[in-house]
Design a protein around this ligand. Structure first.
Ligand SMILES: [Zn+2]
Ligand SMILES: [Zn+2]
Length: 170
């Protein structure tokens, strides 16, 4: 959904139906479920606020199975016209993370939501908190196939503690 910035009315725009944004947002297995966004303009400055909800297909870092991850970020983004190259160096030397830039007279709202979604993704995704991952002995996915392997090597954290205790005891 491209918004022509010069056509944003003084009272602002409200986007509350995902339909217009969903196709562009939904590339790569993403899905936009709900959106409640206000777009306001003060001169050349554009303000996007509100929130949205979507799901992103991630791969579990423990069992390597894909799973849908829910995101629901809050938005508070200030956008300024993209400055000329020389001015940009000056502008970006500040570290105001809330400020973004738009190019020309168009604001790509779906692209903005995708960028905000990327920021909301976990570094180590887990399909669920108690994901059991792979068995280190047989290599099976322990969520799907319960195996009877005996996991002999002690937890490395415990081994460290035991070594520590051994050193301390007389
Ligand atoms: Zn998992
Ligand atoms: Zn096993």
């Amino acid at each position: 959904m491209l918004i022509t910035i010069s056509e944003i009315p003084d009272e602002g725009l409200t986007v509350e139906t995902p339909a217009a944004l969903a196709p562009a947002f939904g590339e790569g297995g993403w899905e936009l479920k709900a959106v409640a966004i206000q777009v306001g303009r003060h001169g050349a400055e554009v303000e996007v606020s509100g929130g949205f909800e979507g799901t992103v297909s991630l791969v579990c870092s423990r069992c390597l199975e894909p799973f849908p991850f829910r995101v629901a970020p809050e938005l508070a983004v200030r956008l300024l016209p993209k400055p000329s190259l020389r001015a940009e160096e000056v502008e970006l030397s500040g570290d105001d993370l809330e400020v973004d830039f738009y190019d020309g007279d168009l604001l790509d709202l779906a692209a903005l939501l995708r960028a905000e979604t990327l920021l909301a993704l976990p570094m180590k995704p887990l399909c669920r908190e108690e994901c059991r991952g792979f068995c280190p002995v047989c290599g099976g996915n322990r969520n799907q196939v319960p195996c009877a392997c005996e996991v002999r090597p002690a937890d490395p954290r415990l081994a460290v503690l035991q070594g520590f205790a051994a050193k301390r005891s007389p």
